[in-house]
Ligand binder design. Structure first.
Ligand code: A2P
Length: 348
């Protein structure tokens, strides 16, 4: 790995995290994610981004166990991130307060085979009713009813303040070194800052040239909250911005810069994230060995003029939009993140 990609950013609590990590979202095909994690760690990756909602933590845990047993890496040299799923918020919605939140972290630690997480994030600032998602039949509920109105089983509550209080206990009892959030707006971050003892160390959000969100980045930098950017390559979604009609990897502006530098479009996109924003960590996902290496082979610079051209691609386009704000849905509290979209769009 090149020096810059091995470099770390300090969190305000004194812990450090690498600027590039391996994403594991959508790495669900049996056998793939474990191999990817082992390959990535051996190739020099030290940050692995996980989530209980990705459904693959057991396999990642087995891979980590092998890596530790082989002596390929020590636990203390890795930075493992995970996230609390929407069914497991703490607080008044559930009759027994912190229970599900505590149980969820314990299950995550057990699945990953770890005693502690380096960073635990609230995955989204809203909750789902637990019983509906725990459906033993595995039936996926429709997002909208036949008349187009939101399906009321998707229970929308702002529970993250209670959950944050619970997260602070995880730092006190040593199960999490750092805590943070994901998909939070400036207003939601400020709400936590106003009430917390421990401020969020990180906000993980979607970051790529189609979605700059300068205000949110400036706010996070000002508050010393590191931003972890997901989907730097635009993920696998075919929901491209109308303005361009192509995904990021096929965008002509990116392709021309890639050709000029003799690099791939993916390398340009990943390099842009670290070069353009010194407060940013990026987590490209790949289960393909050659791409895992390619994505951290970034020993080059993009000229300032070209960085500017990439920034100009910004069109406020989200690949991951929530379905919670639909026509007729009055829950507009999450307007910074949630926009109208297709029923096919799914919460990441
Ligand atoms: P794969 O895992 O099969 O290698 P994002 O990180 O933006 O969510 O993007 C992840 C998607 O991009 C995955 O489909 C992944 O495929 C693909 N991908 C990852 N690295 C590269 C690369 N270097 N070139 C092209 N596609 C890539």
């Amino acid at each position: 790995m090149a020096d810059q990609e091995q470099s770390t950013l300090a969190l305000k609590n004194g812990h450090h995290l690498p600027r590039i990590g391996l994403g594991t979202f959508q790495a669900t095909q049996q056998g793939l994610v474990g191999s990817a994690v082992k390959y990535a760690v051996k190739a020099g990756y030290r940050l692995i981004d996980c989530a209980s909602g990705y459904g693959n933590q057991k396999e990642i845990g087995a891979a980590l166990k092998e890596l530790f047993e082989e002596g390929a890496v020590k636990r203390e040299d890795l930075f493992i991130v995970s996230k609390l799923f929407q069914t497991h918020h703490a607080g008044t919605q559930h009759e027994d307060g912190d229970r599900r939140c505590v149980e969820s972290l314990d299950e995550t630690l057990e699945d990953l085979g770890l005693d502690y997480l380096d960073l635990y994030l609230i995955h989204w600032p809203f909750g789902f009713q637990e019983k509906k998602l725990d459906d033993s039949e595995g039936i996926k509920q429709p997002l909208r009813l036949g008349d187009g109105s939101p399906n009321p089983i998707w229970n929308i509550k702002m529970e993250y303040l209670d959950t944050w209080r619970c997260f602070e206990k995880f730092v006190a009892n040593g199960k999490c070194k750092s805590i943070g959030v994901s998909n939070f707006t400036e207003e939601q971050l400020q709400q936590i800052i106003d009430m917390c003892t421990i401020p969020p160390a990180v906000n993980q959000i979607e970051v790529h040239p189609y979605l700059l969100q300068q205000n949110l980045h400036s706010y996070c930098a000002e508050k010393n909250i590191r931003v972890m950017g997901y989907s730097p390559l635009g993920s696998t979604s075919s929901n491209h911005p109308q303005k361009y009609g192509v995904n990021l990897l096929s965008n002509p502006v990116i392709k021309v810069i890639a050709e000029k530098l003799g690099k791939t479009a993916a390398q340009i996109l990943i390099k842009w994230t670290t070069q353009n924003n010194s407060n940013l960590i990026t987590i490209p996902k790949s289960t393909t060995p050659s791409r895992i290496v390619e994505n951290v082979s970034l020993d080059f610079e993009i000229e300032n003029e070209d960085v500017k051209k990439i920034n100009e691609l910004d069109c406020g386009h989200r690949y991951f939009i929530s379905y919670l704000k639909k026509p007729g849905n009055d829950n507009i509290w999450h307007s910074g993140v949630i926009e109208e979209g297709n029923d096919d769009d799914w919460v990441r």
